[in-house]
Design a binder for this molecule. Sequence first.
Ligand code: SF4
Length: 191
Amino acid sequence: MALTKEQQLQYISHLIGECHKCDLYKTATNHVPGHGNANAEIVFIGEAPGEQEDLQGLPFVGNSGKLLDKLLNTIKVPRTDVFICNILKHRPPENRDPLPQEMKVCTPYLKAQLKIIKPKLIITLGRFAMNYFFPEESISRIRGQVRKIIWQELPLTIIPVYHPSAGLRNGAMLKSLQEDFLSIGQYLQKN
Ligand code: SF4
């Protein structure tokens, strides 16, 4: 009998929990594979787990997660309808930037998750996640725009936005995030 999407995602989470492909598992408290609806139309992708995420094993908890929930509320999408994950599945020590080699060896997990969920739309959160898909771009230039690409042989539709933590620090970025979430809502209504 074929596995359900939930079971397939659970299997990926299990593989991530046993992964030793880079050194990040050594300093992490928990793996943070991602969390949410296996049938999600929207997948949010951040850079890597932070301190609270590492402690709880869940993505986007803490203040950034609370702001993300509020932004989702503005477009009437409950968090239970989306899937949220990061490029890296273990926290880099002291929240340092991910290394290219770490992202390279961790990418098959993200690819597998996207292949299972097949979202209509991906929202990258922050500069790092945007650059992962668009290495030549700047977030201030393309945030809020709908971009269609082939990534790792998967056709993806992506809207990059600022990271919620930037919105917590800076009023102008919060305004941009609010505008971009309206664009996300409009895209979902039309597609
Ligand atoms: S960050 Fe990714 S590649 Fe590195 S140990 Fe964790 S799951 Fe494996």
